[in-house]
Design a protein. Structure first.
Length: 437
């Protein structure tokens, strides 16, 4: 579900330069490579350049000279995601399969046709979504917050006496997967194993394929355990759902839930903490202003959403979008981050909600939109994990501060995902509250 960012070649310029030659998807427009440091240093500068040159739908080039369309207009992205018949999430329609090698670096993100909630379309997708949605809806939010507090405290106990930490590796990355593992029904001792598998998957390196196999094996064992001894966890509720699903379908859906919710929530935590420590507007959150935590998290979804570009939609037939000729089978990438920065929607929000337009406004596209958006119960779970984790951290370490200059903070080198590779901090050492993980 996540982009193997380390495997994507980068160019060495802030704004990608158009590739030479004609666009193979129609017209004379040169294609823009979706790579380069601009995407992880100043993505909004890149998006402005794209919008100025190409408008709301941009012809782009993926690794291996694979063509696609990047939708960066808010209105156009809303149109694409609202029309599941014309633009389904059906990778089987892709007209580029004949030129995609088995080791293509973005293949794990784009996927292949398979019976899971993430890689099915139409009625089949709705069948999976109903089962997964019901299982997630029954997660009790009060109990979820209690679990988040417990696990966040354990993680803080692991470094609170040192006076220094990397909030990405020590906190933001492990917390979501430990909580998700508990929700799915894994014993606590398996949480770190799942976290390690997902880390290897996200790295996209030579161990990613083996990590994917291990990931599936963990889910198969969990399925067998919960079938033999049902509980109150998400997996047991999926098994109890009144519908016919194969073991493969259960396993793939469990993998999708975990993978889709892990790194995105981790980056939401990391990006929010970075904002609170570097922006005076949100500094009050560091001194116990819990309302400001929610405001900072919402600001991140507008300005630095964890998923900047999402694959994808595929045109079911020849059509036009913002004066572009889209061929049947063309891939459309959803430029969620760029659409949130669309000056047309920003102008409307500033008129309706004040200068920034963000306060209390959730019209962002950080969770996508339409039939294939992140399910609302999953959004609620991610928000509870992120907010509760941040609040526990700030309650425990109220004098938290960066231990390196802001310019030294490094973003993940990916056009698709926006997160920190590290967030070094220092604080006055405090006593642990319990046993470390």
């Amino acid at each position: 579900m996540t982009t193997p960012a380390s495997a994507v070649p980068e160019r060495h310029s802030d704004v990608p330069t158009p590739a030479e030659g004609r666009c193979p998807m129609g017209g004379d427009l040169s294609r823009v490579p979706l790579s380069g440091p601009g995407f992880h240093t100043e993505p909004h500068t890149v998006y402005r350049s794209m919008r100025s040159r190409y408008g709301p739908v941009v012809p782009v080039e993926l690794p291996g000279a694979v063509p696609a369309w990047l939708v960066i207009g808010y209105r156009e992205l809303h149109q694409v995601t609202s029309d599941g018949e014309l633009f389904p999430r059906d990778v089987g329609l892709w007209n580029q399969w004949g030129s995609i090698p088995e080791d293509w670096p973005l293949l794990p993100m784009v996927g292949r046709p398979m019976p899971s909630i993430y890689f099915t379309a139409g009625a089949e997708h709705r069948r999976h979504a109903a089962m997964v949605g019901q299982a997630l809806e029954e997660v009790e939010h009060f109990e979820l917050r209690r679990v988040c507090e417990e696990l966040a405290d354990r993680l803080v106990d692991g470094f609170c006496q040192r006076g220094t930490a990397d909030l990405i590796a020590d906190f933001a990355v492990p917390l979501p997967v430990l909580v998700l593992a508990r929700l799915l029904g894994f014993p606590d001792e398996d949480g770190p194993l799942i976290a390690g598998v997902l880390r290897d998957l996200a790295d996209g390196g030579p161990g990613a394929q083996q990590a994917h196999l291990r990931f599936g094996e963990h889910m198969r064992r969990l399925l067998e355990a919960r079938r033999a001894a049902p509980g109150t966890d998400v997996t047991s509720r999926m098994l109890a759902y009144a519908g016919e699903f194969t073991d493969e379908e259960y396993v793939l859906d469990l993998m999708a839930i975990t993978a889709a919710g892990h790194l995105t929530t981790a980056d939401w935590i990391g990006n929010s903490l970075r904002l609170m420590m570097t922006d005076d507007q949100f500094a009050v959150a560091l001194t116990g202003g819990r309302h400001s935590v929610a405001e900072a998290m919402n600001e991140v979804l507008w300005e630095e959403g964890p998923t900047q570009i999402l694959a994808g939609r595929w045109a079911a037939r020849d059509t036009r979008l913002a004066d572009r000729n889209i061929r049947a089978g063309d891939m459309l990438l959803l430029g969620l981050g760029a659409a949130n920065a669309d000056p047309h929607i920003r102008q409307h929000l500033a008129t309706a909600h004040g200068p920034s337009g963000h306060s209390g406004n959730s019209a962002h596209l950080a969770f996508s939109h339409g039939e294939y958006r992140c399910p609302f119960p999953a959004q609620e779970i991610a928000e509870i994990i992120a907010r509760t984790g941040i609040e526990v951290l700030l309650d425990r370490l109220p004098d938290l501060g960066l231990s390196v200059p802001v310019p030294e903070l490094v973003r993940r080198q990916s056009a698709f995902l926006r997160g920190m590779t590290a967030l070094p901090v220092s604080f006055a050492p405090v006593r642990p509250t319990g046993d470390p993980l």
